[in-house]
Every structure is written in C-alpha cells, then in structure tokens.
Write a protein that binds this ligand. Structure first.
Ligand code: LLP
Length: 398
C-alpha cells in the first residue's frame, strides 16, 4: 500500500486526504506534504527484515532533517546517522539515544568530533587525518570513543590497526563500515561487499580486536520512474547478508536515507501558467530548483502528476515543468506528457521526501517552503515556511 494514489475520478490522495484539499489548508504554495503512516510503514519494513538479528537502523539524517520526522522515527526505535555537529545536536534534541547514533564523513571537524566523543556516539574513521582528529577529540572529551573503520578498497587498513594499537586509551575499535553508493537497485553488490567486509573482520579479529559491528551503509534505491518495476525491498537486502552476519556473530548496522523517507512525500505546487516558446511547451509552477534541486543538479527524474482531473477538452502535450527562477537550469521535469493543466491547479513532484527539502536554498529569495504531514486523516503542519522577516533577522544589529 502506498500513501499517494489517484482515485478513479482523477484526484490525487495522500492517505485519505485529497491533495487539492491540503492545498486549501496550507499556509502557502509550494509546500511539502508527507504521510506519517508511510514513514512508519517504511521503517517497519526494515524492522521486520532485521528480525532475529542484533541491529541498528541508522537513519541518514542528511536525507531529511525535519525535527518532527526525526522525533517520529526515534519513537519507532530508529537510530541516526549524522554528518555534522548540528545534525548530531538535532538528533539529540529529537531524543535519539547516542548509543544508536553514528557520526560519518570524510571531513569531520575537530569541534564536531569533540561533541560526538562527549556524547558517546559511534564514529566512523575515514582517513589518517580523521583518525588523528578522533584521537585528539577523545582526549579533549576525556572519553574513550567507539570507532568503526571505513573500509575502502583503495586503502590498506593495516596502517589503522597499527595506529590504534598505540592509542588503547582513546579509541576502541568496535566495527567495520562501508557505504556502496546511493540508488542501488540490485542487492547482489551488498552481498559481495559483505563477503569482503567479513574477510576484513576475520583478519582484524585475528589481530586481537573484538569487533562487534558490521555497518553496510545505506543506498537502497526506489522506483523514481513509477514504472511499477519490482525493486529490492529491505527484506531482500537484509536476507542477502543475514547468514554472513550470523555466522560471525555480528551486530548489523544499516544507514538508510532515501529508502526510508523518499516515497513518503510529494512536493506540491500551483500552476502559474502554461506557455509555448517556438516548439516547446512549458508548465510554469510556483515551485522551483530553490525548493527542489535534484533534477537541476543531477538530472534526476522525479515523477510529476496533476492533482486533479483536467478539463475534459484538455489537450495532452509534452511539457517541460519549470519554476520562476531566472535561469535555464530551473526545471523540475523535462519532456513530460501531461494534460494541459488549468491555471491555479495543483501539480506534484513525487518521491520528494529525501534530499529535497534538506537541499533547499533561498535562491531568488524564494524562502524555504512549509512542510505538512497527513496524520490520522488530518493535515498537520510540521515546519513553518520561512519568511522574508526571517531573512531580515540575519542583518539585525549590524
Ligand atoms: N551512509 C553514508 C555513509 C552515506 O554517504 C549516505 C548517503 C547514506 C548512508 C544514505 O544513503 P541513502 O540510503 O539515502 O542512499 N543528494 C543525493 C544523494 C547523496 C547521498 C550521499 N550519501 C541525491 O539527492 O540523490
């Protein structure tokens, strides 16, 4: 069951709520609309897949850092994967148990590492300089830090094992980490990686380290194209590594972002107008690359639909869907076949829960949009839209 669906008479619903009705309730357009129940269902799919294993589901906060969403995931029993001190502060504010948090990244700065060390979160070691900073952070914090070694095929982990033996008071090596990439649609590579990783773990254990954790990162893809293709689910991913994890008596850490949150949300826009330049047709909407940059930045495809049935005589054409930002990179979709929408009607960009709001900017002074979720049949605001007054505050007293 998926939270967004079209009724037979052509209205888009989020759970039981017509998106058109949510547009009437929202403080302004564009806005993000989530399904709280879909977030729970996505989490539950991971939880069920992990039954029988000791595990941490570390939600990659970079995908979406809405505090209400974090609180919800935390309440479901989720952990958190963080890439900055502020993400860590927010996770703590949302209530996440530091013992279920992992601090990641190739450029972690000392100040943030000290905070992570004080809080007792796991830290993934990425490089030699990162290692040195973690040792310093452990000393400053006066706490022994649990570290996982990021295994990268190009790096020989032996330097690290030798180094860590000389810092027994600062660091405790507890596991190995890898992250294969994002939008992965075949789970075989997780198995291949897990085989490599347990070989490393066997080798590291033979040198006297008591490794307990295997962290296989995030990366499971989703059906952005809405072709109905059957993609691997969390169960498929976990089942490819389950036996290996059990055979080595390991705790499994996973770091999903996109596959937990992307499909729980639509970015909802209003059509400003429709125009034709030469041979190209454009639907101009009020949302833009400022609020949702993935298509402009990566050429990413996100499915686009109208939220209500078009007039009966509406002509079906091929459109580029563009925003009001004054540059040619400002598009949400290209060459989309759609019925010509009416001025003022609604249009959504699907799968906007991951890496959309969290990557939004205020370019053109389009302030970041409000966010809502459908919770038990009601549309509830979960973040205010940023305002012009918010922006002016940055200049107070200067
Ligand atoms: N763990 C690590 C170490 C990562 O680098 C990432 C994402 C994740 C977990 C979460 O991966 P996920 O399950 O979400 O695929 N902005 C890009 C995506 C960048 C992903 C970077 N790393 C996008 O909009 O597609």
């Amino acid at each position: 069951r998926h939270c967004f669906s079209k009724s037979s008479d052509g209205f888009l619903y989020c759970e039981g709520v017509r998106v058109e009705d949510a547009m009437e309730l929202a403080e302004r357009s564009p806005f993000y609309l989530y399904s709280k129940a879909q977030i729970s269902r996505n989490f539950e799919a991971y939880r069920q897949a992990l039954e029988g294993l000791r595990s941490i589901i570390g939600y990659a906060v970079k995908a979406n850092n809405n505090l209400k969403i974090l609180e919800h995931l935390c309440g479901l029993g989720c952990g958190a994967v963080l890439v900055s001190g502020n993400e860590l502060r927010l996770a703590l504010k949302a209530g996440f148990d530091p013992e279920r948090c992992i601090f990641n990244g190739n450029g972690k700065i000392l100040e943030d590492l000290v905070l992570a060390a004080k809080e007792g979160v796991f830290i993934n070691v990425d490089s030699e300089f990162d290692y040195e900073n973690i040792v310093t952070a452990a000393r400053v914090a006066g706490r022994k830090v649990k570290v996982l070694l990021r295994i990268n095929p190009d790096v020989d982990p032996q330097w690290f094992l030798d180094a860590i033996k000389s810092h027994p008071n600062e660091l405790k090596l507890v596991g190995a980490h890898c992250h294969l990439g994002s939008t992965i649609t075949k789970v075989d590579i997780f198995r291949d990686a897990a085989v490599l990783m347990v070989n490393y773990i066997d080798e590291i254990r033979s040198q006297g380290f008591e490794l307990e954790y295997l962290n296989i990162g995030g990366g499971l893809g989703i059906d952005y194209h809405h072709t109905g293709a059957v993609l691997p689910a969390p169960m498929d991913l976990i089942n490819t590594v389950r036996e290996l994890v059990l055979s080595r008596n390991l705790n499994l850490i996973i770091e999903p972002g996109r596959s937990l949150i992307a499909n729980t949300c639509c970015f909802v826009n209003r059509v400003t107008g429709v125009k034709t330049n030469g041979t190209k047709n454009f639907i101009v909407i009020d949302g833009s690359m400022a609020e949702l940059i993935r298509p402009s930045l990566y050429g990413a495809y996100q499915h686009i639909e109208l939220v209500s049935p078009p007039p009966q005589d509406a002509e079906v054409s091929t459109f580029d869907i563009v925003g009001p930002v004054c540059e040619s990179a400002d598009f949400l979709g290209k060459d989309r076949v759609l019925p010509t929408p009416e001025k003022g009607s609604g249009l959504v960009v699907h799968d906007a829960g991951a890496y959309c709001m969290s990557m939004a900017s205020t370019y053109n002074l389009k302030m970041r949009p409000p966010e809502y979720w459908v919770d038990n049949g009601s549309v509830v605001k979960i973040r205010h839209g940023e305002t012009f007054e918010d922006y002016l505050r940055f200049f107070d007293g200067l």
